[in-house]
Design a protein around this ligand. Structure first.
Ligand SMILES: Cc1ncc(COP(=O)(O)O)c(C=O)c1O
Length: 393
């Protein structure tokens, strides 16, 4: 079987990172990796903070955050006045959920491709308010049109108070047609939260054109920002209703500052985030995206071949820039969270490869990412050794 050619490496890119060279880091999607230059930029900010904490926090920090937010919003194609920096996508989703003012009988609708922690957040908010949550099953191989139709049929206008859809799904590495889904939900008067945890940096997005009521995306995954950097974008009619998770001194300032200012915290990840965008742009945004997606596709094919998965059974993510790919594991392996975690740990310990393993829809899945610091031989090595590890049970 012919495997597609891997992309040309981006010269010197691996040296931008401080990753342990004895490990294949094939799971950028979970926690990202921060380039050394961005780590340094953040360290300089921390040095400034530690030289005079009082001055750092009280003289101009809110303005510096505002300035940074505008810079990041421009990158995302989002309205800067509707954008708030938050710690991560999970926090952004929680801000939205607890600002909705759900009532008994209201419903929050999600899909079975959603992120587990966000699902827990939905459950807690429903328990707190008497609302209910409902999960729509969406087949992995559904076309974009089918996805939109499934969601259209699943909406209960007047009752569904929020639909949550992921722009790129975590367990299934799928691109969802978010603009079309938002369009359908809008026709039925249902607000939408787009969980775009993986989108910034990976996809060429213009958040404003998606038209969602709420959109949240991490910059600390594919946009090389220090961890703790995410953006919550809120449509104009909702902004006044958005409440922070922690009430602090900027409460009366309104959105977005009251969401951003969460008392004494380390805000240096946000201030250093533009250095991540600088790194991306220096490497070439389009070049990085094409490289990462092609390398993930290569990895999917070589590992899929090694496990005897026909190419037609390898899920296609639905876009040329999605840098995460799924491989189905032999049936019965890693079908539960505990079994998936145990397998991921064995792969890390025995094969020196960091990958994502999850159980989804009764089946175990391996998720591989492509990033500028990865090389084709890392996937080749995994492919050569994984079948024996799985056979050992
Ligand atoms: C779709 C999705 N939502 C939310 C998250 C959570 O991101 P964080 O841990 O930065 O909040 C992730 C993390 O991978 C994700 O994939």
């Amino acid at each position: 079987m012919t495997v597609p050619q891997p992309p040309e490496p981006i010269p010197g890119a691996r040296l931008l990172f401080s990753l342990d060279p004895s490990v294949s880091h094939l799971n950028h999607g979970s926690f990202g990796a921060v380039p050394i230059g961005v780590q340094r930029a953040q360290q300089r900010l921390r040095d400034e903070m530690e030289a005079n904490p009082l001055r750092f926090f009280t003289q101009g920090l809110v303005d510096r955050i505002t300035h940074t937010r505008r810079h990041l919003a421009a990158f995302l194609g989002a309205d800067p006045d509707g954008t708030a920096l938050v710690g991560n996508a999970t926090a952004g989703a929680a801000v939205v959920l607890q600002s909705l003012g759900l009532h008994p009988g209201d419903e929050v609708l999600t899909t079975d491709h959603g992120y587990g922690a966000v699902a827990f957040s939905v459950e807690r908010e429903c328990r707190r308010t008497g609302a209910v949550s409902r999960t729509l099953p969406v087949p992995l191989a559904a076309t974009d049109e089918e996805v939109v139709e499934i969601i259209r049929a699943g909406l209960r206008p007047g009752r569904t108070r929020l639909l949550i859809v992921d722009q790129i799904t975590s367990p299934t590495a799928r691109l969802f047609p978010t603009a079309a889904i938002v369009g359908v939900a809008r026709e039925h008067g249902v607000p939408v939260l787009v969980d775009a945890a993986h989108a910034p940096g990976m996809l060429p997005i213009t958040v404003a054109s998606i038209g969602a009521d709420f959109w949240v995306g991490n910059l600390h995954k594919w946009a090389y920002a220090p961890r703790g950097t995410a953006a919550l974008v809120v449509a104009e009619p909702w902004r006044e209703r958005i409440q922070p998770l922690v009430v602090s001194w900027e409460q009366d300032t309104g959105f977005p500052t009251r969401v951003e200012w969460q008392a004494t915290l380390d805000y240096t990840p946000w201030l250093a985030a533009p250095a991540g965008l600088f790194t991306l742009r220096s490497l070439g945004l389009d070049r990085v995206r094409a490289h990462n997606a092609a390398l993930a596709a290569y990895g999917q094919r070589v590992v899929g071949d090694a496990l005897g998965v026909p190419p037609a059974d390898l899920p296609a993510p639905g876009g040329p820039t999605v840098a995460m790919r799924l491989i189905p594991l032999p049936s019965g392996i890693a079908t539960t969270i505990d079994a998936a975690t145990a397998l991921r740990t064995r792969i890390a310990d025995q094969l020196a490869a960091e990958v994502s393993v999850s159980g989804w829809n009764g089946r175990g899945w391996l998720r591989l990412c492509g990033q500028v610091y990865n090389t084709p031989d890392e996937y080749d090595r995994l492919a050569a050794r994984l079948p024996a590890l799985l056979a050992r049970g």
